[in-house]
Design a protein around this ligand. Structure first.
Ligand SMILES: *Cc1c(COP(=O)(O)O)cnc(C)c1O
Length: 417
């Protein structure tokens, strides 16, 4: 059973200051989880988590993670600017972009970030724009199908990311002639894996690659970045990953492959987003309408603008009706937002307790790729983001948008001043 980290009483008190819908984050949960990750990889001297900013781009969240020893994984100018604003710089930033626009490598290099190249052609692009830094990383794509366990797999062969192996070998050689001295390898092959096997398997793939690259190019490989992809159980019947089992699996591969090949100093990096934040964010929304036609509908005051994953991927997000946690789930509803789009549904044919107008619903696991994916379709405005601090108090960490924000880019007309 999934239990919200906010209670009905808390929500009733929060809405006096901050009306629904809002995203709320649980500082305690974020910190405890970050410490677990750090501990699971503490056997590796150089271990560092670079939080994937795109998952939850809020400086207050980045600051909490910074205090827990994390850096940031950025892939755009604004993500670099946000890291800079929080005081995260130099090798505490990983710049893992692709199809990189002009000017972004320059900004990354000015900040001293580690640049992770997505393609062979980006070597010349980077060199012409701002020169090759001493420390550089390249992203690997093994092609084909990558299978982890019990049917969990993905299709790197269809993915736009990374170098082929041959390109990596040539790329490392070329980068060395252009002045690079320290090398990293990066790869992200399967998303949202709810299995303890993904990182250990990926680690084996990348550790073997590191040995081969070292032999074929003589490059000084100093870090391997396992990137993102460790998932969370969105469904209540899924078992969560055990980060200690994952860390131990990676350690085993490290000792079997890297250590005997003289690579026992290689630092391991992660770029987790979902695993770091998803369970520690919730979207709180209010039932505002009911509708009885061919199906039973509950209309809430949030919509896909606040959480796009169900509309975009058909993703499951668990829903708790606050105050009715122990009531029987004997009503079948579609829970909808107000967009003029029939895919604006947070749940379809979901068994829930009987919902009355005014009930508060918690949509679970929205802490990563939730608010962040928001958009303004139908002129809908993005919600506030709140932080439930460790002492239980509430801090607004982003205000809700107003019509003035929506019209701000029309400021040349005079009509919306
Ligand atoms: C999205 C992304 C991540 C984070 O992925 P999660 O699934 O949130 O762990 C990490 N690295 C890169 C390069 C990404 O694009």
């Amino acid at each position: 059973m999934k239990k919200p980290f906010v209670t009905l009483d808390e929500v009733c008190s929060i809405v006096k200051d901050y009306p629904t819908p809002f995203h709320i984050y649980d500082e305690k949960g974020i910190r405890e989880n970050a410490r677990k990750l750090k501990q699971a990889f503490s056997w590796n001297k150089g271990f560092k988590e670079y939080f994937a900013v795109k998952a939850t781009p809020n400086p207050f969240i980045l600051k909490i993670l910074k205090e827990e020893g994390c850096g940031t994984d950025c892939s755009s100018m604004t993500e670099l600017l946000m890291s800079e604003a929080v005081g995260i710089k130099e090798h505490n930033i990983m710049f893992s972009s692709n199809d990189t626009p002009a000017g972004e490598y320059t900004k990354a290099k000015e900040l001293g970030a580690i640049i992770n190249l997505d393609d062979y052609t980006m070597i010349d692009f980077l060199n012409e724009e701002c020169g090759i830094p001493e420390t550089i990383s390249c992203r690997y794509n093994p092609g084909g199908v990558y299978e982890v366990s019990n049917g969990i797999m993905d299709n790197p062969g269809d993915a736009k990311y990374g170098f082929t192996k041959e390109q990596l070998i040539e790329g490392y050689k070329k980068l060395m002639t252009l002045g690079a001295k320290n090398f990293g390898i990066h790869s992200f092959l399967v998303s949202n894996t709810v299995t303890n096997d993904y990182y250990p398997k990926l680690a084996r793939t990348l550790f073997e690659l590191a040995v081969e690259l070292k032999q074929k190019t003589g490059a000084n490989i100093t870090f391997i970045n396992l990137s993102g992809g460790v998932g969370v159980p969105y469904r209540p019947d899924q078992a969560e990953n055990d980060i200690f089992v994952i860390g131990e699996g990676v350690r085993k591969a490290y000792e079997e492959i890297l250590v005997p090949n003289g690579l026992g100093d290689v630092a391991l990096f992660t770029e987790l987003g979902r695993f770091m934040l998803a369970p520690y964010g919730e979207l709180v929304t209010k039932a505002i309408h009911e509708k009885h036609i061919y199906k039973e509908y509950i209309g809430v005051d949030a919509c896909a603008v606040n959480l796009m994953r169900p509309a975009m991927y058909g993703a499951y997000h668990h829903i708790t009706v606050l105050g009715k946690e122990n009531d029987p789930c004997d009503h079948k509803y579609d829970v909808t937002g107000s967009l003029c789009e029939n895919n604006d549904k947070f749940a379809i044919d979901r068994m829930l307790p009987e919902i009355e107008i005014g009930d508060y619903l918690v949509i679970h696991d929205t802490g990563a790729h939730g608010f962040a994916m928001g958009y303004n379709y139908n002129g809908k405005l993005k919600s506030a983001e709140l932080l439930k601090k460790e002492d239980g108090s509430i801090q607004m960490i982003r205000r809700a948008e107003t019509p003035a924000d929506y019209f701000a880019t029309l400021d040349f007309t005079g009509l919306f001043k």
